[in-house]
Design a protein. Structure first.
Length: 255
């Protein structure tokens, strides 16, 4: 795959998608330094290529941590605004920072009202591609906040993504569930994962997260079932790791 991507780049260096494919191949091979170096170059050459900027965000998380990744998320928002000639009526990042700085519940409710109004206004004025891109950016931002352990910030980001959509999105339900799981709210998390799977039964992330909740509740046979379902969908390192954890816990419980 690496050679094929390099050939495609040589044929048309103006098409960033071939270079982005090479970035993904390098990352899959765990050559993250090389992947990030190439992706940074692509971001300079194609500053409005949102796929490139979002890939760079994920690579920055791996290489230099969540704060650098969150800075990249801000750059994704700025690029989105430039690409679509749109502006956001509020700065979500500023609103998030206010929401976790000890403000009252009333203030937080006001912020969420602003987010809802902002999302409704934006969705009404943008085409489908622009809305889809913005949903993707807010979802990515939520994932970066989640990686940093900033659960309230993650919730706010996922809410903004969710408000731009119509109907329930299983991927976002899984995101909300992950926030609750990592925050220690297992009952709420389990309900969100089960709802996501009722819409998309083969969502591997939700299968694995539900399995993790069941492991914590010592329901090992049920957890094993969900991890095995995930493995049927492809190469799933998390499912393999957690099946190993289940084997270890079984030995501990048998002592």
């Amino acid at each position: 795959p690496t050679t094929e991507a390099q050939r495609a780049i040589a044929m048309d260096p103006s098409d960033y998608r071939s270079s982005l494919l090479l970035v993904l191949v390098l990352s899959a091979q765990r050559l993250n330094d090389k992947a990030l170096t190439l992706c940074e170059r692509l971001a300079r050459e194609f500053p409005l290529a949102l796929e490139v900027l979002q890939t760079r965000t994920r690579l920055r998380l791996k290489q230099s941590g969540s704060e650098d990744a969150l800075m990249s998320c801000r750059q994704c928002v700025a690029a989105w605004q430039s690409k679509y000639g749109a502006s956001l009526s509020i700065d979500l990042f500023s609103s998030i920072n206010l929401a976790v700085s000890g403000s009252s519940e009333g203030s937080k409710s006001g912020i969420e009202t602003q987010l809802r109004d902002n999302a409704s206004s934006q969705a009404g004025r943008m085409d489908g591609e622009a809305v889809s891109s913005l949903v993707s950016i807010w979802k990515l931002t939520g994932e970066m906040f989640l990686s940093a352990g900033r659960f309230n910030d993650a919730r706010m980001s996922f809410k903004e993504a969710n408000l731009l959509r119509h109907g329930k999105c299983p991927q976002l339900l899984w995101c909300f569930g992950e926030v609750e799981r990592r925050a220690g709210h297992k009952v709420k998390a389990r309900s969100l994962f089960e709802t996501a799977l009722s819409i998309e039964p083969q969502l591997p992330e939700a299968l694995e997260s539900l399995g993790c909740v069941l492991v914590e509740e010592r329901q090992l046979p049920q957890a094993e079932h969900y991890f095995k379902l995930s493995l049927r969908l492809g190469d799933r390192p998390i499912a393999l790791r957690e099946l190993g954890v289940i084997c270890q816990k079984r030995r501990e419980y048998e002592r």
